[in-house]
Design a binder for this molecule. Structure first.
Ligand code: SF4
Length: 242
């Protein structure tokens, strides 16, 4: 996704998942949802400050009933919009259709942590979330193929990055991001799911090699040493290759 001059619009308030690694538990559990007026003001300020892109980010943006209106407002100001979501709300084709027909979204990042439903559901702490997220991914792809899947690596999935890559590729997804975790937020109560970079590095390298072969149009990493990309001759890309 675009990284230059991107304003991160962090939407607080409750989320419809309870991921074991969530770093923003304070913000999403204690802060109230932002009001429509305050979100519009933030978008206006971002535009005045010269930002070219705006990223609607966690809690879970789709839990805001005015999300479409806020995105449309950003579009009106000429801002490119990206969205980070857990994809659950997009399980409804009706919701997805209305959302994408009424907005102009450059790209979407959807978090999916395993090709195995029980593993994903354990991480999100919501039974059935894998099924919803998969439906969401399929529905989003009907309208926008700049979809990237964000895989957070934990002790529950650190041996699986390769099979996750194959799985999402089979769904038609062309972007992937592997993220490490910071010891902050909810994971402090679930330290058993933390896994060190040294432990997952070899599995990740195998997966990155395959992502390159499969010609993913966007390959990103986060919260881990960037040299892992160099090891497989990959350069960090900021946006989808068209
Ligand atoms: S979907 Fe995102 S904001 Fe919601 S609990 Fe998971 S990590 Fe936190």
């Amino acid at each position: 996704m675009i990284k230059q001059r991107t304003y991160i619009l962090s939407l607080d308030g409750p989320c419809n998942q309870k991921c074991l690694f969530c770093m923003k538990t304070e913000d999403i559990e204690r802060k109230p949802k932002k009001s429509y007026a305050s979100v519009i003001k933030e978008i206006k300020n971002a535009s005045v400050l010269g930002y070219k892109c705006i990223d609607f980010y966690r809690g879970e943006p789709t839990t805001y009933s005015f999300l479409k209106e806020a995105v449309s407002f950003a579009n009106l100001l000429g801002l490119e919009v990206t969205l980070a979501t857990n994809g659950v709300m997009f399980a409804s084709l009706d919701f997805t259709t209305r959302f994408f027909k009424e907005t102009d979204i450059y790209g979407v990042r959807v978090s999916l942590h395993s090709d195995i439903p029980t593993v994903h559901d354990k991480i999100t702490q919501v039974r059935g979330s894998w099924k919803s997220t998969i439906s969401g991914i399929k529905n989003i792809l009907r309208f926008n193929d700049r979809l990237s899947v964000n895989v957070v690596i934990t002790a529950l999935n650190y041996k699986q990055p390769l099979r996750i890559a194959h799985f999402i590729y089979s769904l038609g997804v062309k972007g992937i991001k592997y993220s490490g975790i910071c010891l902050a937020g909810r994971i402090l109560e679930h330290k058993d799911i933390y896994v060190s970079y040294e432990s997952f590095r070899a599995y990740l390298i195998d997966a990155l090699k395959v992502c390159k072969k499969l010609n993913f149009k966007l390959i990103e990493i986060e919260k881990m040493p960037s040299r892992v990309l160099e090891e497989v001759n990959l350069k960090e890309t900021a946006q989808f290759r068209e």
